[in-house]
Design a protein around this ligand. Structure first.
Ligand code: PSU
Ligand code: MN
Length: 303
């Protein structure tokens, strides 16, 4: 067990010299895709970050060490572990470090690692949020609170439409997290571009997003921003989602198991199309995070 994060040499060097770095999460690698496809997704996201001129730092807990920047062999371990890798939100980091084994970071877990290591940009598929039926379950993803606490721009395809997206937007407003729409005035719904609540500001270039982030960090200290990019192409998953949420509730599933259970059912009901759309948007979001990180560095803001 070590409490000092293990930052890959390439990542550490980039951070020292204020060059662009992009954090990535591992829950989607271990739990988000069937049969090791998570490895291909992770490598694709890293390649897209590199192509945009930034250094990828995929985060996870490996044998008791909090890591920023994983080797291909480590990524392979996450993909192969599947369900046996523990889902690691911010609250789980300590137990993972003490127990050893693999902890697959959620967006919230990744943000905690970004805070520890000084990473200011990150990419993912969809961020967690307020679950449908929250009035009964009080199920609100830790991703939201971590966003509010971490000076990081997170690029995602908005909040998954398995969530109550209107309530999610309200909580983001309450927490003071700017929601920037990438060339869109409404929050994308992960699989689909249209129909979400309004964003707080529309941005049309990476330089503009970087300038708003820099200003936000000056004005609001250590608070994060969400940059929401509509998926391309989309998928109308709505008919499957209500059914999936209903079945998961009926089965009495609660807590951390809710998101993966709903996603698995949506996948089953949508006949696998979800996987292709998901894969594409994760890679595209990673690339945009890289572009914003590059613009931020070029604007003389540092990292
Ligand atoms: N998107 C997917 N699969 C996932 C997730 C998102 O396609 O597994 C993960 C992300 O890591 C996100 C997490 O941070 O779900 C949120 O989980 P919860 O609602 O339990 O906080
Ligand atoms: Mn939850």
């Amino acid at each position: 067990m070590t409490l000092t994060p293990a930052v890959a040499e390439e990542v550490a060097e980039a951070l020292r010299s204020r060059r662009p770095v992009v954090g990535l999460e591992t829950t989607l690698v271990a739990h988000g895709f069937p049969e090791r496809e998570g490895l291909a997704v992770a490598l694709e996201a890293e390649a897209r970050v590199r192509a945009s001129g930034a250094v990828p730092a995929t985060t996870g807990i490996v044998d008791g060490a909090v890591k920023a920047g994983l080797t291909a062999a480590e990524l392979e371990r996450f993909a192969a572990a599947g369900e046996s890798a523990r889902k690691a939100g911010a609250r789980d980091l300590a137990a993972c470090v003490v127990r050893g084994g693999l902890g697959a970071t959620t967006v919230g877990g990744m943000l905690a690692v970004c805070r520890l290591t000084g990473i200011s940009f990150a990419g993912t598929g969809g961020t967690g949020g307020v679950h449908r039926g929250f009035a009964e379950s009080l199920d609100i993803s830790g991703d939201l609170v971590q966003l509010a606490r971490s000076p990081v721009v997170v690029v995602s395809s908005g909040a998954k439409s398995i969530l109550d997206t209107g309530a999610t937007a309200e909580v983001l407003e309450t927490l003071g997290v700017p929601v920037l729409g990438w060339r869109t005035a409404t929050l994308p719904l992960f699989y689909t571009a249209a129909g979400g609540p309004p964003v707080s500001a529309v941005v049309s270039s990476a330089a503009e997003a970087a300038a708003i982030a820099a200003a936000h960090w000056q004005l609001n200290g250590s608070a994060g921003l969400l940059l929401a990019r509509p998926p391309d192409p989309g998928l109308d998953a709505e008919p499957f989602i209500a059914e999936a949420v209903r079945r998961v509730r009926e089965q009495g599933i609660t807590g951390q198991a809710v998101t993966p259970a709903v996603l698995a059912l949506v996948h089953e009901l949508s006949g696998g199309r979800r996987i292709a759309v998901n894969r594409q948007l994760i890679a595209d979001n990673a690339a945009l995070a890289g572009e914003v990180a590059v613009a931020y560095a070029a604007g003389g803001h540092g990292h």
